[in-house]
Design a binder for this molecule. Sequence first.
Ligand SMILES: [Zn+2]
Ligand SMILES: [Zn+2]
Length: 262
Amino acid sequence: MTLSDFFGHWQTAYWKIGLRYFVMAGLTFVAFYYVFKAPMLKRKIQAKFPKNKDYFRDLFYSLISIGIFAFMFVSTFSFLKPYTNLYDDVSEYGVVYYCFTIVWMFFLHDAYFYWSHRLMHHPRVFKYVHLVHHKSTNPSPWTAYAFHPAEGVIEALIIPIIAFSIPTHKSAIIGYTLFQIIYNVYGHLGFEIMPKKFNTHWFGKWMNTSVGHNMHHKYFVHNYGLWTTIWDRAFGTMNPKYDEAYTYATEAQKIKESTLTQ
Ligand SMILES: [Zn+2]
Ligand SMILES: [Zn+2]
């Protein structure tokens, strides 16, 4: 592959990843922050709304992150490919295995994110790597990809990590990244859309929610997890007030309706 081929693929990947980000973040933003703002206020996690400068800052950093993701994507599927475990023919391992790889990616990424995230909160690296993402103490859908370029690289490394782990098909990775942007936007939504008591449900208890990640943005500690709360619960990093905050975001409607003004 020549350099100009690589650049061509990078551009295509940039547009695809960028389009997905803009569609997902944009649609939810318009829906929750404008069209259905009034009826959804009872599900708002923090009373205030972010300022315009927060949206633009997040958008600016996200545009850089998308370039990094595209670079990592194209690198993994081009010159790195011969060294990876990527395979081309689905029938080689069958459909059941194909489905298993999606579950595998889910848990691998969940573990990678938790530990890399905790590392990024180390006082020696936090302000150089992770502070940009935490500038949104009250996140919005635009925060989904708002990373410092150094963090962008750390986040994007999950693509080669997956490719070097077990045999995985490219389309499964692309499908997984689609799930990733949807859940990522949900995590930064600013509204809780899961059902009441989801936090104490036998299944919901183990899933990370928008309230959970919102608390991480607000308080900077606890709730380091990505998709699940498994690691946070296992290592004692769940915010002790999580259940209370979840109940407030989903049930305390009367109190909130009188205090939310915007
Ligand atoms: Zn976040
Ligand atoms: Zn963090």
